[in-house]
Design a protein around this ligand. Sequence first.
Ligand code: C2O
Ligand code: CU
Length: 464
Amino acid sequence: MISRRSLLAGGAATLLPLPTLSLAETGDGWLDLKAGPAARKLYTPDGPDSPLWTYNGQVPGPEIRLKRGERVKVRFTNELTEPTSIHWHGIRIDNAMDGVAGLTQAAVAPGESFTYDFVVPDAGTYWYHAHNKSWNQVGRGLYGPLIVDEEQPAFDRAHDLTLVVDDWRLVQPGILDTESFGALMDWAHGGRLGNWITVNGVAQPKLRLKRGETYRLRLINAANARVFEIDPNRFGAKVLAYDGQPLREPATLPYAPALLGPAQRMDLLVKAEEDFVIEELSTTRPFPLVGFAATAGETASNAAPAVLPLAPNAIAEPDLAGARRVKVVMQGGAMGGPVDITYNGKRLEGEDFPRTRQSWAFNGIANLAKEPLFAAEPGETIVIETVNLTSWVHAMHVHGHHFRVLSRSGSEIDEDQPWRDTFLIGPEQTTEIAFVADNRGKWLYHCHMLEHAAAGMTTWFDVS
Ligand code: C2O
Ligand code: CU
């Protein structure tokens, strides 16, 4: 294990920039993505290969880089042995392109292709990932960053760094544990937690920054279930954006650490005055994620100054006075006590769990009911009050819309109520979110701890 000091001293893997796929490079409006198996090293550069599933042979998949308002067509081919689909997480997308197998499209069969054709309305940090058996497919590496630049990019590329963090479960001697995918223990507890963390597919990489220069670090949590605890104050960073959407001003966190739940993003603004390490603080001993060495040197003469604050995206403000209110009570899981759960119209008994794998419920119902949780008129403001009666933390994600967190019992909310697409909710907590249902179609509301989503914590709503 590399310590904080040895990571900074050198020896650790150097992070190569992620290969990008951008329309500026292809020139014809099309990008190509292929899902398929690939052997990659997760542990050490000279360690063993792990059998991963990848986009274009890489983990993470290539960074898709678009401009706000741009239209892209992705020619997707499935070279896996099981069906899959791609979800464009956080993009306020055309519903038919949302990529939810079984709800917005049929899964793409092995050997088949599908064209995703959509416009990206918002600048910011997003990601894409498999959305069929995500607990298995994302857990094996099917994800990548999707970055949408402002019309005039706020940072030049040398000062704009994407860091995709993932938590893997390795077995000796450092190979992905594929046997335990689907373990019922994970499904009913905290999801599949790992024992090894990579940033952009590399364990404890090190990056060189130019001393005294200002950088945008885009953190993306691609883990199945781990909530990372990160303290930007330790290295003097401010928060620029959450879940793709900029704050009104870069903000110093009034509390520490910041929680980065599964699927959440956090963009940081940091001036490289000295060397620093981003650490995961939830473990008993801090785990260094990535080290930065601030080195003296000439700046490229074409380096552009950052354009701050970031220009906001045009998201409709909720009208709370006329809102439709919806309540979601989360129940189930280990240590939750006995609960009545209905699945496929049938009340489950305890002994049904190994067969149905359903352990959690929203309002007593496990998983994708035939009826939506609610139906909304286009343009209607929705307030969802989510009550967590389980003994676990969850990362609740709304598809196709960003929301504001209105209230959260037992803890402060950020004063300017930033837009989010995923919120964390602890045991015994109640959280109210509000958004304008202005995107027509069928949208999921689910826990992004991917085992929880599969084990019952998935529902949907209809905007039509
Ligand atoms: Cu990234 Cu349905 O989620
Ligand atoms: Cu959950």
